[in-house]
Design a protein around this ligand. Structure first.
Ligand code: ARG
Length: 855
């Protein structure tokens, strides 16, 4: 478990208490009672959601140090014995040497040790043989001190329960420690020992909570010897650094240690109570370890009335706490929408994130982002919240420290003077934890954020669907970079939404926040457009990276676990993915997951020639489409036809109309070939097509036969409805191809062999392209069909120079595979084999056979 809190010994040592820091032996006096008195503090008095304790309230609490810092808690159970958790001392299955550890007794805070504070070195650490890790139980350890502790008002042992002792469901107990006050948020100076009241949860109630899948489909099976304490609604809990510390319950004027802080899922999360090692089942083990040591720990008997009055475990009901944030009566009626009114400027939209805090872009408050000066006019600021009769006043503005230079951190928190009562409205929005993974396909909405401009056709703008993380990450030019896997914060979130073009330009003036829904609960997932010009899909900065900052400042924002964990049939993606090569306008050869947007081939274009035929075209750059010359220009015709190109049609594509684009072709370019008619034509479009899920350029194959790639002929089943179909093929080696079609092939021709039953999938008159998907996942164009053939393709590779010179943004992959062209000479083909038997498949089979036999 992590070790966030440091309570260096050196700091304690600078305010010495006479006699405090020596390992001094305690000489038992005759007055010392036979049986150790336990569990009674001298009459006098985070842990998450807890509060400062009073000195001397928890005199058995000790701090366990290693390397000069606080690592874990523990409890004094006898002058020479401390009880703690095994996981504090076991790393990778090995018990750490006792000599590295020391026990600090009688401390309360950094402000100075109490009277009687002292340190003891550790003579031995004992851990049960069957301990293997926190989640398998037996997370208990005993530390034998090198010399007995000096008992006094601030140093006293706690009572231990016998094996038969029962702590009833619902019993209020207390946990103590110097651990984090929230996830990843260490206890601030002066490190006052924190205490928190936790309720013991029965086994059934706790198991019921932990059986409910959490983020990443996580559930947990409680084991015998574990005990839960906390609340279904979370918020109060132990946390990192509290481990090994005690959970104590008061019975008959004595404090019994019911549990040892062991682990939890996060801290204070809803339906994830803290898990403790139950102490009672370890009575025998403890007695065995301390045998012969005088005085040993005390195990007072539980009063019989307490034991008999226990409810049956079946009485516990399973109450799951539902999120209190993120509920909206209907999309668009956001109960967290806050309007911050600053005199002299337009209203700034933000979101209520807790009873007292509003999150808004820092850029709404220029001049205050970098200065620490308290704004004098905060008095005149107002915040309007839904269903509140009056405007709220503002007490404090806390800009994010990077707000002035980092667009992704353009955030500020405003504290209201008085907390508002949360109800149906106002109600805070839920915030994601850093490991939240918004599933591709999530239903999202855009909401007003900052100084939003009025939107043309606003109604249609607000709905959005989240696109895949891989595609979103790679689209913004991150060649070769690996994509953050689920559980790691993404760099961007991409929602697809309809956006109208304003006066021929894409509309890009307003800022938005991105709300995404999980099980009917809305999360604030992202903020503001990235400055992306017209590149689509739009990318939003994810808010999840800011969760720790927001909870640190607000101490109680509604960070909520992921509620949706349906990973689909493939389960979660665990392989690391790398972005394919890109052009300056996004990656080439990427394809949005078909599940999201239907059978999409975003580079496939319909090329309508002279209103009379449709050819296949492939988008090779934002302003260029490649097609087969023979389909575009008919032999003998002398005029350049009128050509229109459509993208995003993709037959039955479910994409909204606004994703379909059309362009006129303003020029046709052909390479200069002497004699033969060049097979490939480049069509220049009247204006660029901005990348979107339905219009993305493909990568180009430089030459050679792609190795390890899967290849397809992509076309239409019939030229009328033009629903794209792909037929799986293999590209034959140049030798096989050459032999099969001896002498009749123009240079640069590729031959393919269709997979069984795939031959007739696409029609040939539209001149379908030959594509492959490389092992890295990008799609590359390898060739375009030769007139009238389904098996022969004109390779792209030989035209690399011409294409690159004509289309600056065309992206050729690095060469791979083996060359197309055969070395000269040698009678490599067996005579009379090629084209011998009519069908290429049969001929090929014969050919292969002969070549094999020849060796
Ligand atoms: N294992 C943690 C530690 O080493 C204690 C975590 C307790 N977590 C919780 N949610 N109750 O300090």
């Amino acid at each position: 478990m992590s070790q966030h809190l440091l309570l260096p010994l050196a700091i304690l040592a600078i305010s010495p208490i006479p006699g405090a820091f020596q390992d001094s032996a305690l000489s038992p006096t005759k007055e010392e009672p036979e049986d150790l008195d336990c569990g009674r503090p001298e009459p006098s008095a985070r842990i998450m959601g807890g509060s400062d304790s009073q000195p001397g309230t928890w005199p058995w609490q000790v701090s366990l140090h290693q390397g000069g810092g606080h690592i874990c808690g523990g409890s004094l159970i006898a002058p020479s014995w401390v009880l703690s958790a095994a996981h504090c001392f076991v790393t990778n299955g090995t018990l750490e040497p006792a000599a590295e550890w020391s026990v600090v007794l009688g401390v309360h805070s950094y402000d100075g040790p109490l009277d009687g504070a002292h340190v003891r070195s550790v003579a031995a650490i004992l851990v049960p043989d069957n301990y293997s890790g926190v989640e398998s139980g037996a997370d208990v350890a005993l530390l034998r001190l090198a010399s007995p502790a000096r008992l006094g008002p601030t140093v006293r042992p706690v009572c231990l329960p016998r094996a038969s002792h029962r702590f009833a469901h619902g019993t209020a107990c207390w946990a103590t420690g110097w651990g984090d006050v929230q996830e990843a948020d260490p206890l601030p100076l002066p490190w006052v020992l924190q205490e928190v009241e936790l309720r013991v949860l029965g086994e059934a109630a706790c198991q019921c909570l932990y059986s409910r899948p959490g983020p990443f489909n996580l559930t947990f099976q409680l084991l015998p010897g574990m005990l839960c304490a906390g609340y279904p609604e979370g918020r109060k809990d132990t946390c990192q650094g509290d481990s090994g510390g005690p959970l104590v319950c008061k019975e008959g004027g004595r404090w019994f240690q019911a549990g040892i802080t062991s682990f939890g899922f996060g801290c204070g999360r809803r339906n994830r109570p803290g898990v403790f090692t139950a102490v009672a089942p370890y009575e025998a083990w403890i007695r065995e370890q301390v045998l012969g040591s005088e005085p040993g720990p005390a195990f007072p008997t539980q009063s019989p009335e307490l034991q008999s009055g226990l409810p049956e475990p079946t009485d516990e009901n399973c109450t799951i706490a539902l999120p209190e944030c993120g509920k909206a009566p209907r999309p668009g009626a956001w109960p967290w929408e806050a309007q911050v009114m600053v005199p002299g400027s337009r209203p700034c939209y933000g979101a209520l994130v807790s009873e007292s805090w509003v999150l808004a872009p820092a850029s709404c408050f220029p001049g205050r982002i970098s200065s620490d000066l308290p704004p004098r006019d905060l008095d005149h600021w107002r915040v309007m919240l839904p269903s509140r009769p009056r405007a709220e006043r503002v007490a404090r503005l806390v800009p994010h420290e990077n707000a002035s230079w980092d667009d992704a951190s353009n955030l500020a928190l405003l504290q209201l003077r008085a907390p508002v009562n949360l109800s149906v409205a106002p109600r805070p929005v839920c915030l994601p934890h850093p490991e939240h993974y918004f599933l591709p396909g999530s239903r999202c909405r855009l909401a007003r954020w900052g100084h939003t401009e009025p939107v043309p056709g606003a109604g249609s703008l607000l709905e959005a669907e989240l696109l895949g993380a891989w595609w979103c990450h790679c689209l913004y030019g991150r060649q070769g970079e690996s994509v953050p896997p689920p559980g790691e914060p993404p760099l961007a979130l991409c929602p697809a939404y309809q956006e109208e073009e304003v006066a021929g330009r894409c509309w890009n003036y307003s800022h938005w926040s991105l709300l995404c829904r999980e099980e009917g609960t809305w999360f604030l997932a992202g903020i503001r457009d990235l400055p992306s010009d017209c590149l689509r899909p739009r990318a939003f900065y994810p808010l999840q990276t800011h969760g720790p900052w927001i909870s640190h400042v607000t101490r109680g924002a509604y960070l909520e676990d992921q509620l949706s964990w349906d990973w689909g049939p493939e389960g979660e993606e665990t392989e690391t993915q790398t972005c394919p090569p890109h052009t300056e306008h996004g990656a080439c050869g990427l394809r949005p997951e078909p599940a999201l947007t239907g059978g999409l081939w975003p580079w496939l274009a319909e090329v309508h020639v002279a209103g009379e035929r449709v050819c296949t075209g492939i988008l090779v750059a934002p302003g260029w489409v490649l097609a087969a010359t023979h389909c575009i220009l008919r032999l003998g015709s002398t005029t350049v036809p009128y050509i229109e190109v459509y993208l995003g049609r993709a037959g039955a594509s479910p994409l909204p109309q606004s994703h379909q684009v059309s362009r006129l072709v303003i020029s046709i370019r052909l390479p200069r070939h002497l004699g033969l008619r060049p097979p490939l034509a480049l069509l220049e479009l009247s204006s660029r097509v901005e990348p979107s899920p339905s219009a993305l350029p493909i990568c180009l194959h430089p030459g050679g036969t792609p190795l390890g790639a899967s290849c397809w002929v992509l076309g239409w089943k019939d030229p009328q409805d033009r629903v794209p179909v792909a037929a799986a093929v293999s590209i034959l080696t140049p030798r096989l191809c050459h032999c099969l079609y001896q002498g009749i092939l123009p240079p640069g021709t590729l031959c393919v062999l269709y997979a069984e039953g795939q031959e007739d999938r696409c029609e040939v008159t539209s001149a379908p392209p030959l594509l492959c998907q490389t092992e890295e996942g990008s799609w590359v164009l390898v060739g375009m069909a030769i007139r009238g053939s389904r098996d022969l393709f004109a390779a792209i590779g030989p035209e690399e120079t011409w294409i690159s010179q004509t289309v600056g943004e065309a992206h050729f992959l690095l060469p791979s595979g083996f060359p197309h062209w055969l070395p000269e000479g040698g009678d490599l083909c067996p005579p009379d084999m090629a084209r011998a038997s009519g069908s290429p498949r049969a001929a090929l089979f014969l050919l292969l056979l002969t070549l094999l036999i020849q060796g």
